[in-house]
Write a protein that binds this ligand. Structure first.
Ligand SMILES: Cc1cc2nc3c(=O)[nH]c(=O)nc-3n(C[C@H](O)[C@H](O)[C@H](O)COP(=O)(O)OP(=O)(O)OC[C@H]3O[C@@H](n4cnc5c(N)ncnc54)[C@H](O)[C@@H]3O)c2cc1C
Length: 365
């Protein structure tokens, strides 16, 4: 079976990796370089926190499980960590989340802010909400490093990587079934099946195949700090700043409050005003009270893929046999499990029960 995967983010890389490992003949096409979009600018907090419905909670937990396995098989990896997460909010939301998490058997504890110093000595308890949630089982991943790892395995299994392919679209026959792809750089090629994992662009491509997916994509920006002597080990989510350690003794820092200040110029470059970075880093300084103020090493902004109802869209597109889509928020947590389950489905033709609630068909009504 010849399979094309379109999109070189974590979802496309993961699908390509698991397909190649199963012996399929796979080519991955991506518009520019790998990790050029959301996967290259993600906070990548690995979690199943919050009051999710059961099916989504279980998929997220399976996602975390695969990261734990990967780390245990490769203990030298320094781009995945499970040192826990800390969530701050008003007491009512903390209690609601905690109750929902406990009901799912998720490891969840409410602490007084003053108790956090014992867990994270470099954190300022004054910057936390009075009650905080501690989730010891959470972690983070650096997606560009994961993508490199997945693609190395993909190539070892004979997978073909086509970067800088330009816009790549599925081709269909008169009945609407997939027959291949056409990319701006490489032209037409015949394939039996195509997985479209184009992040925020996925709804537009699905629409060309006659199945518009409603999108709720949002603008986002992540910044990185210069290396720091003292770093927290956990992922922090507070009402004004979210951060995690990043390989190279740095921090990845983001939030959503400045989304309406992200703009794109005519050349396609995304920018945020200097004042946003100053305020975001001031929030991080307040949280961590470092010896000297944190310095911005760089930032990236652009679309974050988010399906309109917030849940992953995974499966074969109705009316376009042979075309699978993978369009999701929380693609860091779900990256490995989506690649594993979709590759099983594409190769066997049997629908995987864990993906039943996430089908594109739910938008047909
Ligand atoms: C700021 C931010 C914070 C986040 N925080 C978290 C978090 O804490 N936890 C979590 O689990 N998830 C988080 N996420 C979400 C997660 O990072 C994304 O869901 C995931 O990276 C999406 O991966 P993807 O492969 O679907 O898309 P992308 O990484 O966007 O990759 C899509 C790829 O497709 C390519 N492409 C698009 N159109 C075409 C085309 N026509 N032809 C060829 N190539 C094409 C693009 O160039 C790109 O390389 C966050 C995301 C952002 C942006």
């Amino acid at each position: 079976m010849r399979i094309a995967v379109v999109g070189g983010g974590v979802i496309g890389a993961s699908c390509a990796h698991f397909l190649a490992r199963s012996g399929a003949s796979v080519t991955l096409y991506t518009e520019s370089e790998l990790a050029s979009e959301a996967s290259g600018r993600s906070l990548s907090w690995l979690n199943a926190a919050g009051p999710w419905p059961d099916h989504y909670f279980h998929l997220r937990m399976a996602g975390i499980d695969r990261y734990r396995t990967l780390l245990s098989q490769h203990p030298d990896i320094d781009w995945i960590r499970f040192d826990g997460g800390i969530f701050c909010s008003d007491e009512q939301e903390i209690r609601q989340w905690h109750q929902a998490e406990r009901a799912h058997g998720y490891d969840s504890h409410i602490y007084d802010a003053g108790q956090i110093a014992a867990l994270e000595p470099c954190v300022n308890p004054q910057a936390l909400s009075s009650k905080v949630m501690v989730n010891p089982g959470e972690g983070w991943v650096s997606l560009p490093a994961l993508i490199d790892w997945l693609i190395a395995g993909f190539k070892t299994e004979g997978g073909e990587l086509c970067c800088d392919a330009g816009k790549t679209l599925p081709l269909t026959d008169e009945q609407g079934a997939v027959r291949g792809i056409r990319s701006a750089r490489y032209g037409e090629a015949a394939f039996d099946k195509v997985i479209i994992a184009c992040g925020a662009e996925t709804p537009a491509i699905a629409a060309e195949l006659g199945f518009p997916l409603p999108d709720g994509n949002v603008l986002s920006m992540v910044a990185w700090s210069q290396p720091q002597a003292r770093l927290p080990r956990k992922v922090f989510n507070t009402p004004r700043v979210a951060l995690r350690p990043h390989p190279g003794q740095a921090l990845a820092i983001d939030h959503s409050w400045y989304a309406d200040q992200i703009t794109q110029d005519e050349a396609g470059r995304w920018t945020v005003p200097e004042s946003v970075l100053t305020s975001l880093f001031a929030e991080a300084d307040h949280l961590l009270h470092p010896d000297a103020p944190l310095q911005v090493a760089g930032y990236k902004a652009g679309w974050k893929p988010v399906p309109a109802d917030g849940f992953p869209v995974l499966g074969e597109l109705p009316g376009a046999p042979g075309a699978w889509v993978a369009y999701t928020h929380s693609g860091a947590t779900l990256g490995l499990i989506i690649g594993e389950l979709l590759s099983l489905e594409v190769l066997s033709g049997a629908r995987h029960p864990m993906l039943a609630a996430f089908r594109p068909e739910r938008f047909q009504a």
